[in-house]
Write a protein that binds this ligand. Structure first.
Ligand code: F6R
Length: 619
């Protein structure tokens, strides 16, 4: 989604803005622009360009844009095609006010018609342009910029993160947010706004995470915060613990590959944060006491009649693995819903439901709406998220963090496996505490769980096998992933990864469904990848593989049991053995690597797949 940066200080703003926008490229964009208040403050210098940031950089390469207050934007088109004209920043007619915006103004058509009636001629097709003209309209009435911004915000329906500069107020930058994320970076004699922390991390680790409808006015030496009524508020800044190297490639060709390789480390951190050891260093229990008071969690577990999980995309697939885990370990019926569906179907919620939302970014619009709906219906929400200070983390009742560090590549990898680790841990704890998972089995599972990071490292050491396999298969016209139970959830996630970064046509099916229709698609230009980690279902899967092979498909299997599955498959990618219920954390890793290498083989940039945005903050 769009990226916003802003600067007030004594440095030249342009390089700071361009630098910040580069750090936000991962969010996905199709055009970019900056607006800098000229040194004499008599004009705003707006430069914008369709396409990658390098085109904007080329456009300004021969100019000296002097000025130390400015805003910048990477746009992901929603209203109006990607073009120079539709790129942000947008200005009022006289060019004295400039605005960058992330989000969607739902009532923009009405506002636009009204402004047109006042004689305003619009230059772009965007919803954002109304904001610049509205601020101008109110400014002309009151002569006060802050008041004009406030009045404008009251007229806007929908979502926004905003940055505003004005020639009449050359010492400041105004920012506001509703739904779309925005942070304020606090420097020494300089301050920043950004859609995400990496854009400011080179300059400061102290940030305000703006809450819903908060407004910030930034000067070079201080920042004032206000609520939606324009009353001054006070909040403590947060200190960002991770450093910039976590948000850089560290010698890897792409962020996606780096993040796949970080999985052993981040899984270890996520798991170890909850494991309790005895004096002989054996894992004996799990604790979430930092996240949920023990009384509360005990009550929740004893009363839980149903688990309801909602999320989108990859996080939804993690939820599907979670369903199998909750039903297996805790024997609690579990439903998993795509968040965009959940919110529109008048869902039935009961007071004894445990509601879990999963969101890497913590900002996904549909997931937030589902969570809010659940809360309105009286549910207590446990959130699994990766981003400290995100909206999900602030609005959920209890937050369990995946300690994956910043995930920059658009396609989610390390966030997914750490989400699985959290779901396994919560479901195991529920099962142990509600008496459905016997102690001996619980402890055995814990023992296996803490070894998972090391086992994931072993898969990465054999990544060349996957690379070679990808180089033989990347031009197949159809790819199908199949699996049963936990493996059917992993198949969905494997297929999504491949679609996202290689644009190959790929589908996933519960293996038993093949003969009910999809088998008609099989021919000799098809690759079928079976994920086989459930020993009790090997035989069934072998039959499925034989069925597709006899119809011409090339077959490959991701499994911990090479001996069994090589009876039927052309190729095997072996994964290490652990408790079969935990294999989902491992079986996805070869699929992530396969997607990555197919992408590279096809000359695609896996970090920035077409049409996709990292954090989907609009519906
Ligand atoms: C796929 C991917 C997306 C996200 C989805 C939800 O690789 O990353 O499918 O999983 O947009 O995002 P979060 O988890 O941030 O709510």
């Amino acid at each position: 989604m769009c990226g916003i940066v802003g600067y007030v200080g004594s440095k030249e703003a342009t390089p700071v803005l361009i630098n910040g926008l580069k750090k936000l490229e991962y969010r996905g964009y199709d055009s970019a622009g900056i607006a800098v208040l000229s040194e004499s403050a008599d004009e705003i210098l707006v430069r914008k360009s369709k396409g990658a940031l390098k085109f904007l950089e080329a456009k300004i390469a021969d100019e000296v844009i002097k000025g130390s207050v400015g805003i910048g934007h990477t746009r992901w088109a929603t209203h109006g095609e990607p073009s120079d004209l539709n790129s942000h920043p947008h200005t009022n007619v006289s060019g004295t006010i400039a605005v960058v915006h992330n989000g969607i103004i739902e009532n923009y058509a009405k506002l636009k018609a009204w402004l047109q009636d006042q004689g305003i001629v619009f230059r772009s097709q965007t919803d954002t342009e109304v904001i610049a003209h509205l601020i101008n309209y109110f400014y002309e009435k009151s002569g006060e910029l802050f008041k004009a911004v406030l009045e404008t915000l009251h007229k806007l329906e929908g979502s926004y993160a905003l940055g505003v500069v004005c020639t009449k107020y050359p010492d400041r930058l105004i920012a506001a947010r509703k739904e779309s994320p925005l942070i304020v970076g606090l420097g020494k004699d300089e301050n920043f706004i950004a859609s995400d922390v990496p854009a400011v991390l080179e300059y400061t680790r102290d940030v305000y995470y703006l809450d819903q409808k908060e407004i910030a006015v930034l000067y070079s030496d201080h920042v004032d915060l206000f609520n939606e009524d324009g009353e001054k508020i006070h909040k403590e800044p947060s200190h960002v613990e991770w450093d910039l190297s976590s948000a850089e490639k560290d010698g890897y060709a792409h962020f996606m590959l780096k993040e796949i390789h970080e999985q052993p480390k981040v899984l270890d951190a996520t798991i170890k944060a909850h494991v309790v050891y005895d004096e002989k260093k054996n894992p004996v229990d799990l604790t979430f006491s930092k996240e949920i008071e023990s009384d509360r969690i005990n009550e929740m577990i004893q009363n839980a009649k149903r688990i309801v999980i909602t999320a989108c995309g990859t996080s939804y697939h993690a939820g599907m693995v979670g369903k199998y885990a909750f039903e297996k370990f805790a024997r609690i019926p579990t439903v998993v819903d795509v968040a965009s569906e959940f919110r529109y179907r008048n869902p039935i919620l009961n007071k004894d439901d445990v509601f879990i939302v999963i969101s890497q970014s913590g900002e996904t619009a549909d997931t937030l709406a589902a969570m809010r709906l659940a809360k309105e219906n009286g549910a207590k929400v446990i959130a699994i998220t990766n981003v400290v200070g995100s909206t999900v983390s602030r609005e959920a009742d209890f937050v369990i963090y995946t300690l994956a560090g910043p995930e920059i590549a658009v396609a989610s990898t390390k966030a997914y496996t750490t989400q699985l680790a959290c779901l396994y841990m919560i479901s195991m704890m529920f099962g142990y505490k509600n008496g459905k998972l016997p102690e001996a089995e619980y402890k055995k599972l814990l023992n296996e769980l803490i070894k998972i990071p090391e086992l994931s490292q072993k898969i990465l050491e054999n990544q060349e096998d996957v690379q070679k396999f990808a180089s033989r298969q990347f031009n197949k016209s159809k790819i199908f992933y199949i699996g049963r139970q936990f493996d059917s959830a992993s198949s969905l996630e494997s297929a999504l990864k491949l679609k996202e970064v290689s644009y190959m046509h790929c589908e996933a099916f519960a293996a038993g469904e093949l003969k009910h229709g999809p088998i008609a698609l099989i021919d000799n230009d098809t690759l079928v990848v079976a994920i086989a980690t459930c020993p009790e279902l090997y035989e069934k899967l072998v039959s499925n593989i034989v069925e597709v092979k006899s119809r011409g498909a090339t077959t490959m299997c991701i499994t911990q049991n090479k001996a069994e599955m090589s009876k039927a498959c052309d190729e095997i990618l072996e994964i290490p053995e652990t408790d079969s219920t935990l294999e989902s954390i491992l079986s996805i890793i070869p699929a992530q690597l396969f997607a990555y290498y197919c992408s590279v083989q096809k000359g695609i940039d896996p970090d920035k797949p077409r049409n996709l945005a990292k954090s989907v903050t609009v519906e």
